[in-house]
Design a protein. Structure first.
Lengths: 216, 216
DNA sequence: TGTAATGTTTACCAACCGGTCAAATTATCA
DNA sequence: TGATAATTTGACCGGTTGGTAAACATTACA
């Protein structure tokens, strides 16, 4: 009997694992470049190197593929924020959070663009994830930052907007890569741009959050 | 005789001006939400309140509409950067640039998302604009910032990445609005979030760019 | 007012979209 | 090996896509 993928409860075969892997890899490539509506199943099938019906044997709908991709990626995407340690030194925690986020923008630009596309176009598919787990995690870390500020270890500031600004500045190098390259020009757009960015951002945030007189 | 819009060289009639205005307004609404490939001509026609063939009488193709929209919006979008004044006070120039960019994110979120979608999806339609006029403008202002730093008026830093970070942090509130609202929650996501953001960003950038010992 | 240019609509098209189906092929394992 | 289950394929479907043709309506202007 032919059972569609979603209905199977037994453990997956070797072929299933391999194919699903190839499909999600191809889906990431296509969705991250065109968004959900702009992507086509044919295109994903072509990138994955298989026929469309074959692809739809593993994921019954385009939406199912997208959902599987999002949930798989979202988890690892939030890892850097989870590592944010309340017991650590504030300055070095913020510094290494920036560095980790920037490394992810460099090493996983497609994942970043996948979310950017999703949020940009209304985030209807991940709204619950945003309002639930994401908000909870940010609330927790915001409390940590607020405590540091209260203890005088960093300047007083709105912790939510601090987190937003770290997200935006780092992900900018993945999401707006084309623009960054165009503006920097050939000579300065090499791989060194990530180190330049890291140096600048560390300076900006560390200096910007330093405690100073009259900043209360 | 019926001449397609693009072939007419005479000055436009009143009806042409009105309709093209309505069309571009509708196109902005739809393109900014779904990107080029995700948007449909039917949808734009519906928002504009006219039939699809009627719309295609004014813009012969979907691409022509998109092109017209981009070139029209790009110009005003760069205005804040053009106002950046080499003769002004560095700190207040940077401060008011941030404020103007943030105001645009608040007042023209669709324009911001239009570009975000475009750049995110490869920017094939505006690559020339980015490498030409945009790069030239940024180069010019980067030189100004570099001169300020050299004169000791602000901390030494990479001017390009400074500009990138101002772009990303401010546009974040337009492009990722859904996420910002989700994370802030109901009570803190009101219109006041723009003032909170302005306060935070000014603090971050002004403090972050302050000249300090050992920062050479 | 008449008429030529401009503007609008209905009906339509070929290509493409996400998805189905049944038949054919391949892998699994008793 | 044989039979059963898992996988793959080509042909196809109804709906949507961007765009066209031509008839019809309206406007501008001599």
């Amino acid at each position: 009997m032919v059972l569609p993928r979603a209905a199977r409860t037994q453990r997956r075969t070797r072929i299933q694992e391999e194919k699903e892997e190839r499909i999600l890899e191809a889906a990431l490539e296509v969705f991250s470049l065109h968004g959900f509506r702009g992507a086509t199943v044919d295109q994903i099938a072509e990138v994955a190197g298989m026929s469309k019906p074959n692809l739809l044997y593993y994921f019954r709908t385009k939406e199912a593929m997208h959902r599987a991709l999002i949930t798989r990626v979202l988890d690892t995407w939030l890892d850097p924020l989870r590592e944010f340690d309340a017991a650590g030194n504030p300055v070095s925690e913020i510094r290494s959070y920036i560095r980790r986020k920037l490394e992810m923008a460099r090493d996983f630009p497609r994942e970043s663009r996948l979310f950017a596309n999703e949020v940009l176009q209304g985030a209807t598919n991940i709204e619950d994830e945003l309002k639930g787990p994401l908000k909870a995690l940010v609330d927790e870390k915001a409390a940590v930052i607020r405590a540091w500020a209260k203890a005088g270890k960093i300047a007083k500031c709105d912790p939510y907007h601090l987190i937003f600004s770290i997200w935006s500045t780092t992900q900018h190098y993945a999401d707006f890569d084309v623009q960054v390259r165009a503006v920097l020009g050939q000579e300065k757009a090499g791989e060194g741009r990530f180190e330049d960015a890291a140096r600048f951002l560390e300076q900006l945030f560390i200096n910007g959050l330093q405690v100073r007189d009259g900043a209360s």
